[in-house]
Each structure stands twice: as C-alpha cells, then as structure tokens.
Design a protein around this ligand. Structure first.
Ligand code: IPD
Length: 276
C-alpha cells in the first residue's frame, strides 16, 4: 500500500496558506457573482484561492489530476479516474464568506483509484484544522476525533444544508424532509451554511447526523475521510455506498442513526457532478 503521508503534510501547508488568504479577504470589499442559480455565489477570492491551491499542488505533483469547484464551474470536466486526484473546495460557505458569517472553510481531499485517501479542512474564522488519512485516524488541531456513539434518533442533533435550488417544488421536499426529522422526533435540526464544516461536526461528535441533496464532490471528499477515520459512516441517501459524484449524502456517528435518517428522506434530484 502506498504511503500518502507526504501528500497530507503538503495539503495541510497549502490549506493554512489558503486560509490566510481567505482571512484577509473577508475584511475587504468582495466582487460577488452567481453561478448555477442566483443563490450559488462566487467571489474573486474563490478563484484566487483555487488557483493558489492547484498551482502549488501541480508543482509538487505534476502527474496528479485535479477537480476544483471553480474550475468545474468554468467548464473543466469533473471526472474521477484511477489516477491520484485532488478534490478542492477553495471556499466552502461562499455565501457565509460574502456576509462575513463565521462558518467558512478550505477543503482539500485526495483520492487514488477512486478511493478517498486523505482530507484536510481548515476553518478560516477560528483556525481549526481537521485532518485525516485513511487508516491513521482523524484529528482536530492534532487531537483525535471520535464521532458520537448515540444510537437513539430521538436524542440526535441533525445537520443539513439547503442547496442552491429554491423553486417551490424543491423547497417543499426540503422542508418536508426537515419536518419529518424534527417530528421523528429528534433534538433538533441545524443549518450553518457550510457543508464541510457541518460534516466536521459529525466527525467531532458535536452532532449525530448530516444529510443533504445538492452538495458536490468537493464538499464531501475531505470530510468523508475525516468522518470515517473518526469512526463514523458516510453513505448514499438510500443507505447504499457513497457515490462521490451523486450530489447527495448521509453521514452519521452510528449506523442506527444513519438508517433512521435514510428512512425519512424524500429525494431531490440535483443530477450528477460527472455528467452536468
Ligand atoms: C456550498 C455550501 C452550502 C451548501 C452547498 C455547497 P460553496 O458550498 O456548503 O452550505 O448548501 O450545497 O455547495 O458553494 O459555498 O462552496
């Protein structure tokens, strides 16, 4: 088995540098535009940070491939092959970043032969660094992470995100799913505006489960390694294996809670990352 520890060290250094760029940009005036929908935002900092991350990694690893949120938005094919591939979200929580709402992260995942090998997520506002490498545990600022062991959904705190579609039919399903989970019952449902940081809260045991339709492979890649290495489960919304390109996910500390969440969900079709 190949040792990708050097890639983790490099990813950490780049995430910290990228995080500094985001931290100083948050205080400046932003150039905001929209992508797939009026609520799918992008700023010049998203582009600048993605360029910084990809060019630095490409210099170190010229044979590796890259999937990046902004490159994909610009038309670069989003394709996961067997080659070593970096999967990058330069600013997760762009809407939060635009408003200086303090939930913004840099996310760097890495896959080989389509298997997720490592993940680094840097919380740009509070400086928290989440890291994991397959088979070697997950850490927050160097302290080992452990998911919640709660099995009773009535004692669960559930996290989700809204996604970019706001048409009435989508919102009805979104709100219906939330209503079902609130009345399951559960302790509550939270939305923080950053899929990757929400997923990190599953890894740290601060919440029991996460579900979403409409996120992307760059929102899931790094976080999936971190959750699994913290002892948790990451899967498709049907309960089957995770499909990184499917734009849907359920993650939980225990299989029991994941199964309860899966049972409540009505699907929202967002298409796939590798065909759109
Ligand atoms: C988005 C955020 C948002 C979630 C979207 C993501 P971005 O990422 O995580 O909370 O609802 O599905 O794509 O666009 O800020 O990188």
């Amino acid at each position: 088995m190949e040792d990708w520890s050097h890639c983790l060290d490099v990813a950490v250094q780049i995430a910290l540098r990228a995080g500094q760029v985001v931290q100083s940009a948050v205080k400046q005036e932003k150039q905001v535009s929209s992508k797939s929908t009026p609520t799918d935002l992008v700023t010049e900092t998203d582009h600048q940070v993605e360029e910084l991350i990809i060019s630095t990694l490409r210099e170190k690893y010229p044979t590796h491939r890259f999937i990046g949120e902004e490159s994909s938005a610009a038309g670069v094919k989003c394709e996961l092959t067997d080659d070593p591939t970096w999967i990058i979200d330069p600013i997760d929580g762009t809407c939060n970043f635009v408003h200086s709402f303090p939930m913004v992260a840099v996310s760097i995942g890495f896959a080989v032969r389509k298997e997720l090998e490592l993940g680094v997520i840097y919380h740009c506002f509070d400086g928290t660094l989440y890291t994991a490498r397959k088979g070697h545990g997950a850490f927050c600022n160097g302290v080992r992470l452990q998911v919640s062991k709660e099995k009773d959904v009535s004692k669960a705190l559930i996290l989700t995100e809204i996604g970019a579609k706001r048409d009435p039919a989508t919102l009805d399903i979104f709100l219906g799913n939330m209503k079902k989970l609130l009345s399951a019952p559960t302790h509550g449902v939270r939305i923080i505006g950053s899929s990757t940081l929400a997923l990190c809260h599953i890894a740290s045991g601060a919440a029991e489960a996460y579900y979403q339709y409409g996120l992307h492979c760059w929102d899931i890649a790094a976080a999936a390694v971190i959750i699994r290495e913290a002892g948790g489960h990451v899967m498709d919304t049907t309960g089957g294996p995770l499909d990184l390109m499917s734009r849907r996910v359920v993650a939980a500390g225990t299989r029991e809670i994941a199964d309860c969440v899966v049972k409540q969900l009505q699907p929202i079709n967002y298409g796939r990352d590798d065909t759109d």
